[in-house]
Design a protein. Structure first.
Length: 194
């Protein structure tokens, strides 16, 4: 039973963009005996506030894995945007039917132009370009899995045509999707490095 004085606390974690990262965070929380309610990409929900000493231990433990606790509101917002993009492109069954600007705005309950401006100033790239980079990595993955043809991949990733997908793929990678498919060493970037 919850004590009235307890408040749910959210901790935001930078670079937490994969299922592997969630497993690392879970393992470190368990190792430090930190009780948590849930672990999502970029965010851990705790049933109560932890001491500064415990927070420092967690910060040090996560730092070893390339993960960082965040306090800055702008950094937290940027991380939320990044995590929504990663979740949408890499883990959702289908991309949203609405424009991403509307999807992101509704998800974060903020004006898209403000989000876009903050993201561009902080990351040095646009949200749109960030999405394209992730879509290309997802397309590489789908090509490697070899379960869908380019037409099916194009539809799944909401491209207007195979030609549009191919042009964007070549612009980002320097390769055509069919040439990429023929490569023996199909290099993909880790989600953390995008």
């Amino acid at each position: 039973m919850k004590n009235k004085d307890q408040h749910i606390i959210k901790i935001f974690i930078e670079n937490m963009v994969s299922l592997r990262c969630k497993m690392v965070v879970k393992a470190e929380l368990d190792r430090l005996d930190i009780i948590y309610i849930s672990i999502e990409l970029g965010e851990v929900v705790l049933p109560k506030k932890i001491t500064q000493a415990t927070r420092n231990l967690l910060s040090t433990a996560l730092h070893v894995w390339g993960l960082e606790l965040m306090d800055d509101k702008t950094a937290v917002l940027i991380e939320k945007i990044k995590n929504i993009v990663v979740e949408m492109v890499h883990y959702a069954e289908d991309l949203p039917e609405v424009k991403f600007s509307i999807f992101l705005s509704e998800k974060l309950n903020q004006d898209y132009h403000k989000l876009s401006e903050v993201f561009s100033k902080t990351k040095g790239t646009t949200i749109e370009h960030y999405i394209i980079l992730h879509k290309i990595e997802r397309i590489k993955e789908l090509i490697i899995y070899d379960e869908l043809n380019l037409s099916e991949i194009s539809q799944k990733m909401h491209y207007s045509s195979v030609a549009h997908l191919s042009n964007q793929f070549k612009k980002v990678t320097g390769l055509t999707p069919s040439f990429f498919k023929k490569l023996v060493d199909r290099k993909r970037q880790t989600l953390e490095s995008i």
